[in-house]
Design a protein around this ligand. Sequence first.
Ligand code: SF4
Length: 356
Amino acid sequence: MEQLNQPETIQLNSSDRLIKPSLLSLDVQDLPAWQNQSYRQKQLATWIYDQGRYEFADMNNVPKAWRGELAEQYAILPFVSMERYASKDGSTRYLFYLADGKKTEAVFMPYKNRKTLCISSMVGCPAGCSFCATGAMGFGRNLTDAEIIGQILAVAGQEGILPKDIRNVVLMGMGEALLNYDNALKAIKRMISPQALDMSPRRITLSTVGLPKQIRRLADEQLSLVLAVSLHAPDEETRKKIIPTAHSHSLEDIRRSLWYWQEEIGRRITIEYTMLEGINDNLWQAKELVTWLRGLTSHVNLIPFNSWQQSGFKSTAHADILAFQDVLEQAGISVSIRFSRGQDAGAACGQLALNN
Ligand code: SF4
């Protein structure tokens, strides 16, 4: 693992402001209004979600007396501070300090035609996957809806862009979003709301370790999200070794819930598969994955393992990843190799929080 770059620290709030409720936890129609003038809610929403401002003092078409009242009663960003770790490849990793001293992470990845942000839904993660730095931290707590959506606004501000310039969001950072179901869903609905961030649900990816009951429940919400399933092994024995939740949910149960998702939502499913040398990278496992995927419309992402200290795992050699990919392709499965960005900025999810 490379040494992390020195971060830049950005103070966002004094912690006393954070005991105040964040306006990001309210739907636009529930925002405060000045003297019963409902258009003031729209005005606030425009400053926050269109202009990306999180200081009431900047809102110069809002009556000054009301700005003072708002600042006394509310905060906008629910973070004390954030640290910014820039990577040579253009991606940037952010570590957020929360009001209770806990930390969570996001990573900003600008591409030629789009800007993507990977955000967290928890501090740590209870799923405890053995190859994951976040899993090694254990579970801190669920993030609130304001802390989930706040990552988008805070990162946009630091990147010098507007919140709506970030058109792709992946809930693939710290945490299992489906175990923080209510807050994750509230945040997603605010991302999609035309009055708030007005994102297309088709550009929001929710990653899960594979929780059948919650996948069905999410399908019933009828949101056209991208569902990414962290499969990482096509056989029960290997999966149970690396993913503790595999003891409670069989691969067959997961597959049935994905069929249900596909029936309801009609979109292909992304399968995440981290390549771990000698664990899940045998060619018989590639063939078993082909069998498991039968009946599903899917795209498989093979992810070279991003090594971190004490993980005890190594990434599969590139030639072996290509051989694994070839088996899938020969069977007509859409597959790509996804390289992690920000290797010099602590790109393994949870690596920043674990080391700070
Ligand atoms: S891989 Fe995902 S679900 Fe597993 S411990 Fe890490 S964050 Fe949690």
